[in-house]
Structure formats: C-alpha cells, structure tokens
Ligand binder design. Structure first.
Ligand SMILES: Cc1cc2nc3c(=O)[nH]c(=O)nc-3n(C[C@H](O)[C@H](O)[C@H](O)COP(=O)(O)O)c2cc1C
Length: 186
C-alpha cells in the first residue's frame, strides 16, 4: 500500500524535524546546504556551510564562520540570503530565503567557542591569515594565535521555505511563510 501523502501542516513539521536531525547527524544530506549571497559588485556568490542549529519555534537556522571571511561583509549589506538543501532520501529540495545577523562576540559566541575550541575544528577559527587572502605556499605561515579566535555565529531568520517534492506519481511544491502556505506548480 502506498504511504499517504503528507498534508501541508505535516510537511512543515517534517521539514523542521529533518533540519533538526541534520544538526545532530553528520551523515544527513541537509547538514551541508549551499548558502547564496550577493557580493559588493552585485555578483552571486554561493558556498557550502554546515548547519549548526535549527530552531522551529523561532524559525531560525545557524552556521559558524570566520568573521574575517568575505561572506560576512556580504551578509551585512543587505542581509538577504538564500539557502538550498537537497535530500535524495526524502526526494525533497528546500529553497529558503532568510535574513542574516552576524555575532562576532558576546556570551553566545563564548559558549560556542568553549565547545569548538576543544574540537579538531578549532584551527578553522584560529588561523593568522584571513580566509580568501592571497597565500604563498613557499612562505612560512605565522603561528596561530590561540588567545584570539575569529568564530562568528550567523543566525538566519527564515522568511519563506519553497519546498519541492519529486515523485513518480507527480511532483508537489508549496511555499511556507511563518503563518501561511500555498501550493505552487512544481
Ligand atoms: C562540506 C563543507 C562545509 C563547509 N562548512 C563551512 C561552514 O560551516 N562555515 C564556513 O564559513 N565555511 C564553510 N565551508 C567553506 C565554504 O564553503 C567557503 O569555501 C569558505 O567559507 C569561504 O567562503 P567565502 O569566501 O564566500 O566567505 C565549508 C566547505 C565545505 C566543502
């Protein structure tokens, strides 16, 4: 017997459930979405990030970055971003539009750093050279300064989720905002 199709309420719940799972499960296909921004020249930029938090109640997502990376300036003016997730297992694509805020210091960053500094990822936020800077492979890199990390938390407030389900029996698509949803032609 075929599994009954999820209705819109169930789809919304399942989307957030899967996003929360992706934060915990390093093998989840939604753990590494593509984040798209627009740079200072109006050109599109896109890159993979690791999903670190998914809060269904606040409709917020988080990832971590080096506060010196070019994407941070792109997130600040204007703070509009898009995220794309694809899961073969679910046959679901999510295209999320969101507004970003960047925290480079404060108690939340201190709390995250206390954890990350004990992990193998600590080096990602300690390098003396800024991400994207010119690099000479023949020169000796300055030693990392362990007294100063560059971790920033990026919080994405979700504006809408464009959900697409691929199925042999017929594709389905719906757009969800905070309190509404509507079906769309896939
Ligand atoms: C699997 C994977 C996960 C990544 N996760 C992150 C991440 O969580 N945060 C981050 O800043 N960069 C992450 N990166 C690196 C970015 O994709 C990107 O190369 C880097 O941040 C520089 O981007 P920018 O020049 O647009 O700032 C990841 C790359 C890969 C391949």
């Amino acid at each position: 017997m075929d599994t009954p199709l999820l209705n819109a309420t169930e789809i919304r719940q399942r989307i957030w459930q899967e996003l929360q799972r992706a934060v915990q499960d390093r093998h989840h296909e939604w753990r590494t979405p593509v984040l798209a921004t627009v740079d200072a020249h109006g050109a599109p930029q896109a890159r993979t990030v690791v999903l670190r938090q998914a809060d269904a109640r606040q409709t917020e997502l988080q990832f971590f970055t080096d506060k010196r990376s070019p994407k941070v300036a792109e997130l600040e003016a204007p703070p509009s971003v898009a995220l794309v997730f694809w899961s073969k297992r679910l046959s679901w694509q999510l295209r999320i539009q969101a507004t970003a805020t960047v925290q480079g210091s404060g108690p939340e960053v201190d709390g995250v750093w206390a954890r990350v500094s004990q992990s193998p990822a600590a080096g990602d936020y300690l390098s003396a050279n800024a991400p994207g800077a010119a690099w000479n492979p023949d020169a000796t890199d300055p030693a990392p300064d362990h007294s100063q990390h560059h971790l920033a938390i990026v919080t994405l407030r979700v504006q809408n989720i464009d959900w697409l389900e691929l199925a042999r029996t017929g594709h389905r698509r719906a757009v969800f905002t905070a309190d509404q949803w509507e079906w769309r032609v896939p």
